[in-house]
Design a protein around this ligand. Structure first.
Ligand SMILES: Cc1ncc(COP(=O)(O)O)c(C=O)c1O
Length: 289
């Protein structure tokens, strides 16, 4: 059995804790790197094509050039060698190591590519599935291109820490105009009068892979969707609220800033969550599991 998390660092397979990153890597100086996190169910990478498409877009927008096919192959190999059945794949591509300058490093600077596979001990949110999660609202302190999945996550970390200190699972971020963008590592959905509400995509949120899946599942379940952001004025009075994310899956929110939302996880949240798990089961069955 491989020592986990198992990594592939620029083509070399080794335990993650043994990876050494050069101090001049631009991710260290500037957060100059993009990443992806992919869920593993039954030893297989869930929605991997969607994740690689988003990685490709992030790389293009940041003008980092790598061979994505090589990264996909390393990801598959690392997953197989890890033996992980239920876990998470983390991929990070940095602009590479070079003397510190704000402008891009000289041509020929080679990106550093990390792939790692870790195991999840069951469902990390198991304790919140029946009660639902408590969240706080928090100022959105992030930069203006949240649609690019970069490792510049300090605004997310500050808000996540504030949530933790308030005994909450997540922080929902508020823009200057009072609209709610998303969570620190999740997208946000509300349910009002039987309709799903979520922020449209744009520069202000990450286009979550789980978010798009939920939109497809809602269509199949004939739940109408309005892509309009919730606001700090209407969030406390929605019928249901939930978060979506690769590890979070679909998680009901039952308290915002100490105010109750519904009576426990709501019926539409529960229905979508059940269809999510059905979709995973069907996909695993189609692969012979
Ligand atoms: C800021 C932010 N929003 C939303 C998400 C959810 O995206 P996904 O469903 O692709 O995991 C993430 C995931 O890490 C995130 O960091």
């Amino acid at each position: 059995m491989a020592r986990l998390p198992l990594a592939n660092w620029n083509g070399e397979e080794l335990p993650l804790e043994d990876v050494l990153v050069p101090v001049q890597d631009r991710a260290f100086f500037f957060g100059d790197a993009v990443y992806e996190a992919i869920r593993v169910y039954g030893g297989r990478a869930w929605l991997s094509q969607e994740h690689f498409a988003r990685l490709s877009r992030s790389l293009e927008l940041m003008r980092i050039e790598v061979d994505l096919a090589v990264i996909e192959q390393r990801t598959q190999e690392t997953l197989e060698h890890s033996g992980v059945e239920n876990g998470l794949i983390y991929i990070q591509v940095t602009r590479g190591a070079a003397p510190r300058t704000h402008y891009f490093p000289p041509e020929g600077t080679v990106p550093n590519v990390l792939v790692s596979v870790s195991e999840l001990d069951g469902d990390p949110y198991a304790h919140l599935r029946t009660s639902g999660a408590k969240v706080i609202t928090h100022e959105d302190l992030r930069w203006a291109r949240r649609d690019i999945k970069t490792v510049n996550l300090l605004g997310n970390c500050m808000a996540a820490q504030a949530a933790r200190e308030a005994g909450c699972a997540e922080a929902i971020l508020i823009s200057a105009d009072g609209s709610l963008t998303e969570g620190t590592h999740t997208n946000l959905f509300g349910v009002s009068n039987g309709q799903l509400l979520t922020s449209p995509t744009g520069h202000h949120i990450l286009p979550g892979i789980t978010r798009s899946l939920v939109l497809r599942l809602a269509e199949r379940a004939q739940v109408p969707v309005i892509e309009r952001p919730l606001t700090i004025e209407n969030v406390y009075s929605v019928d249901e609220l939930f978060l979506t994310g690769t590890t979070t899956e679909i998680l009901a929110v039952t308290e915002v800033d100490g105010r109750a939302i519904g009576n426990g996880p709501g019926p539409i949240t529960q229905r979508l969550s059940a269809t999510y798990h059905e979709a995973v089961r069907e996909w695993l069955e189609s692969a012979g599991h």
